[in-house]
Design a protein around this ligand. Structure first.
Ligand code: NAI
Length: 286
């Protein structure tokens, strides 16, 4: 049986680090994408970024031999009405996500899969803001989404088996593997990863070791392919701080209280690869 990849129509909301990653993954697998953000400048930058990511994915030989999907960009949320799946990838601020999801659930047809790519925020809490909570599911794509095969899928208390099956089918068509977990703030990956990055930043702040030494130890001794501070730079330190705040508020665990060094870097606009400098200097925004 052949799969009609254009039967999926993906809408992605938020054209930042992850929105462009997820769009590149879908386009590279032949799925058409409508990408939404707040202004045209952001979308123009996103179109360039997606082109670069698709070229990178081709060079790395991680795309199937299939015509690419078509990309449409828009500032109008109503343009997601025809999507079969909507992926919310806006900033990690609960109130912003609640508002976007509430609006989207009023626009799409019943039966549309509603995905949140949140790093930390509980799916059940978000479900309180949508009209059909059974259609909401968490899909935590990794960064870069077209390179990392495994995806963390979060089943909310109300997520229906049909939506869970639909999302697993979509991920398979996008060449991803998935593991399903139950809802909990931070899920599995970021309850483990984000306090680790925060603690690594504290070690730098306290003068115990510079970033490259902290990373070098975790890479060399523990076999991590990327050290925690390099990973923080890849995620974006602003997004990391927002995520840590969600975790700290919910869990009260001191290792999730964003340390001064992280806050200082965010205040100075040194957000990691996306601004060209974070714990490391990249020369230019990447
Ligand atoms: P980002 O800050 O790079 O991009 C967020 C985008 O959302 C911006 O372009 C912003 O203009 C847009 N936006 C904000 N409000 C909007 C609205 N009302 N309507 C439309 N667009 C709006 O953030 P990033 O890193 O892409 O994160 C997005 C989501 O993905 C967050 O929930 C984050 O926690 C999650 N995530 C991030 C990962 C990473 O490595 N950066 C990895 C996995 C998940």
């Amino acid at each position: 049986m052949t799969t009609d990849y254009t039967a999926h129509r993906l809408a992605v909301i938020g054209a930042g680090v992850m929105g462009t990653n997820i769009s590149a993954l879908a386009l590279g697998h032949g799925v058409p994408v409508t990408l939404v953000d707040l202004d045209e400048d952001k979308l123009a930058e996103a179109r360039r970024t997606i082109k670069t990511k698709l070229r990178h994915a081709q060079l790395m030989d991680v795309l199937p031999d299939r015509p690419q999907g078509t990309l449409t960009t828009t500032v109008s949320l109503t343009d997601v009405a025809d999507a079969t799946t909507v992926v919310e990838a806006v900033v990690e601020i609960a109130e912003t996500k609640y508002k976007v999801l509430a609006e989207v659930s009023g626009i799409v047809r019943p039966g549309t899969t509603l995905i949140s790519n949140t790093s930390c925020i509980s799916i059940d809490e978000m479900a309180e803001h949508v009209s059909r909570p059974e259609e909401l599911v968490g899909v935590h794509f990794m960064n870069p989404a077209y390179m990392i095969e495994m995806v963390e899928v979060i089943r909310g208390t109300g997520t229906s088996p049909e939506i869970l099956a639909a999302v697993t089918g979509l991920l398979t068509d996008l060449g991803r593997k998935s593991l399903v977990i139950n809802d909990s703030t931070g899920f599995v990956i970021n309850r483990l990863l984000h306090p680790l990055i925060n603690t690594a930043a504290m070690l730098v702040q306290e003068g115990v070791a510079p970033a490259e030494v902290v990373d070098g130890l975790l890479e060399g001794c523990l076999g991590h392919s990327t050290g925690p501070l390099r990973t923080g730079d890849l995620i974006g330190l602003d997004n990391l701080v927002d995520s840590l705040r969600v975790l700290y508020k919910q869990r009260g665990d001191e290792s999730c209280n964003p340390c001064d060094l992280l806050l200082e870097k965010v205040r100075e606009g040194n957000l990691g690869r996306k601004t060209g400098r974070g714990f490391y200097d990249y020369g230019k925004a990447m």
